[in-house]
Design a protein around this ligand. Structure first.
Ligand code: R5P
Length: 302
């Protein structure tokens, strides 16, 4: 088995290779003066089982094209199998036609990955895991609850409760609460049909007074979703608010919004090619979870 990674994920690729006891090679790439991408697999992949590790943020379209070039090349050079590990699957939120005629972008991305020759796809915390059904081969969603729970245990929370911002994120909240051995609940969201304003509500049997709330989500983009939930939880009496969000994009004024909402700490994974240096954010390494899942794949227990 050979592990390959693009330069963006050199560190994660190296740790995955070490964990699997495999060779590790970097994929070479550059941009031509006219903006076109060049990719080169500088190692012999004939008859090898390949694990390719990559993220697709930032510059989603460029990262995806580079990925397609790499997989097609690996296939043309006679690799026996190609497993792709995407630490971040771009376009996952465009998973249906919200308006007639819209592109279901994640479906196209997953179909193309299948078309260029990916056997199995592993993706970290996909927005809706069901969208992986668009991939023509086998696909697995990696939920990072173990790595998050270890980090939260290090923070010695006294009375934690896990919070899901909506029904769609409840699988994440349940997985994390089960790791932490604590309660979890889903926030109820009501939208006023006339003003469009959103009102949050706790389930009747839930009291967050004096508790340390851990809000779980897949993505922080503009920070609006998590900030609204955090200020609501603060108003309900939560003593502290932590956030465990897999993919921290932190675009625009996200950090300011999170701070103003009373968020104490944001835990996020190193799934992207960007890192934001800010005292509010703590990065959690996703590699141990990738190694665990891939080892199961190698030993045939997946
Ligand atoms: C929405 O369903 C997603 O799970 C995230 O909550 C959302 O994409 C986060 O975006 P933002 O940070 O811009 O609110």
């Amino acid at each position: 088995m050979i592990v390959l990674a693009f330069p963006e994920l050199e560190s994660i690729g190296g740790k995955v290779a070490e964990g699997l006891g495999s060779q590790f090679h970097l994929i070479q790439k550059k941009i031509f003066p006219d903006g076109e991408s060049y990719v080169r697999i500088g190692t012999d992949v004939k008859d090898e089982d390949i694990v390719l590790v990559q993220t697709t943020y930032p510059e989603q379209d460029k990262r995806l094209l580079e990925l397609f070039y790499a997989i097609d090349t690996i296939r043309s050079h006679g690799a026996r199998s190609v497993e792709v590990v995407l630490t971040y699957l771009a376009y996952a939120r465009q998973d249906r036609e919200f308006l007639p005629g819209e592109a279901v972008s994640v479906r196209t991305v997953l179909r193309l990955l299948g078309a260029v020759g990916v056997n199995t796809l592993y993706a970290v915390d996909v927005h809706k895991p069901e969208s992986l059904e668009y991939f023509p081969g086998q696909a697995k969603n990696i939920i990072p609850s173990r790595v998050f729970s270890r980090k939260l245990e290090d923070l010695n929370l006294r009375n934690p409760i896990v919070v899901s911002p909506d029904l769609g994120a409840s699988h994440r909240a349940k997985a994390l609460a089960s790791e932490l051995g604590c309660e979890c609940f889903i926030i109820r969201k009501h939208r006023d049909r006339i003003t469009g304003q959103i009102r949050h509500e706790l389930p009747e049997d839930i009291d967050v007074k004096g508790k340390e709330a851990v809000v779980v989500d897949d993505i922080i983009s503009t920070g609006g979703t998590v900030a609204n939930i955090a200020s609501f939880l603060r108003k309900c009496g939560a003593s502290r608010v932590f956030v465990a969000a897999s993919h921290g994009l932190f675009v625009d004024e996200a950090l300011r919004k999170l701070r103003n909402a009373g968020v104490d700490r944001v835990l996020t994974l190193n799934t992207l090619a960007t890192k934001v240096n800010d005292s509010l954010i703590e990065y959690v390494d996703v590699s141990p979870e990738l190694v665990r899942v891939l080892r199961n794949m190698v030993s045939g227990t997946l």
